[in-house]
Design a protein around this ligand. Structure first.
Ligand SMILES: C[S@@+](CC[C@H](N)C(=O)[O-])C[C@H]1O[C@@H](n2cnc3c(N)ncnc32)[C@H](O)[C@@H]1O
Length: 218
């Protein structure tokens, strides 16, 4: 049966119900898990490296989830200010517990990124595991541009269609999980960030099922 609930509501429900389950994916860093889910660790690595390249960076983490990336960005990346926003309250609760020791540099908001009262500009904006669930990606990339400091950048991860994983993901997320998912091509990503105002867009494809993007505002 067709579900008329709006896509963002279905995404929010998914991440409210499965916050702990998502968080647990990071728990097991054994080689088998890393082999099955290399994207999770690759995107964290890129986030930390990017943040490290700025002196005293301010970081906005859009769809911060349970704070697994935030923890590394604050401890190893040296973020001077970290703002995490996520519309799933249980996710933000997990973040709050995980990032407690960085409380003096951290602010966490339970809100939709498109309407959240975010003030100032950020050197690095993280969007990891977020665009998978967005039917209106251009609204997000445009708001990211507005919030990006001159010289700053967005770091994002994006799934691409693969005949190996694509059909299984479709069934798991959309049919069983009632959660919309979206795929991207290299050209769509260059256009998405280019038309949002970013001057330089780096797209890499380290795995076979997705892209990592760094989009710079000069
Ligand atoms: C797959 S999780 C990724 C979490 C984290 N970035 C990571 O990589 O570990 C995606 C998160 O995006 C959040 N999200 C999706 N759409 C959002 C929106 N419009 N505003 C705020 N958060 C959103 C979800 O609630 C979820 O916690």
């Amino acid at each position: 049966m067709h579900d008329s609930t709006a896509a963002p509501e279905r995404v929010r429900t998914r991440f409210e119900e499965r916050a702990q389950q998502f968080d647990d994916l990071y728990e097991d860093e054994r080689w088998l898990v890393r082999t099955l889910r290399p994207g999770l660790f690759r995107r964290r690595q890129l986030a930390v490296e990017t943040v490290q390249a700025y002196p005293s960076p301010s970081v906005l983490d859009v769809g911060c989830g349970s704070g697994r990336i935030g923890e590394f960005v604050l401890s190893e990346g040296g973020a001077a200010r970290y703002v995490g926003v996520d519309f799933s309250e249980p996710m933000v609760e997990l973040s709050r517990a995980r990032l407690e020791r960085f409380a003096d540099r951290t602010q966490l908001l339970v809100d939709d990124f498109l309407t959240a009262p975010l003030i100032g500009s950020f050197d690095v904006i993280l969007a990891l595991g977020l665009f998978d669930y967005l039917p209106d990606a251009d609204r997000f990339s445009r708001r990211m541009f507005e919030l990006c400091a001159p010289g700053g950048c967005v770091v994002g991860s994006f799934p691409s269609w693969s005949w190996l994983k694509g059909p299984v993901r479709k069934v798991r997320y959309e049919w069983i999980g009632n959660c919309p998912i979206f795929n991207y091509s290299r050209r769509e990503l260059e256009e998405l960030f280019g038309t949002s105002g970013f001057d330089r867009v780096e797209v890499t494809s380290p795995g076979r099922s997705g892209f990592l993007v760094r989009a710079y505002r000069t």
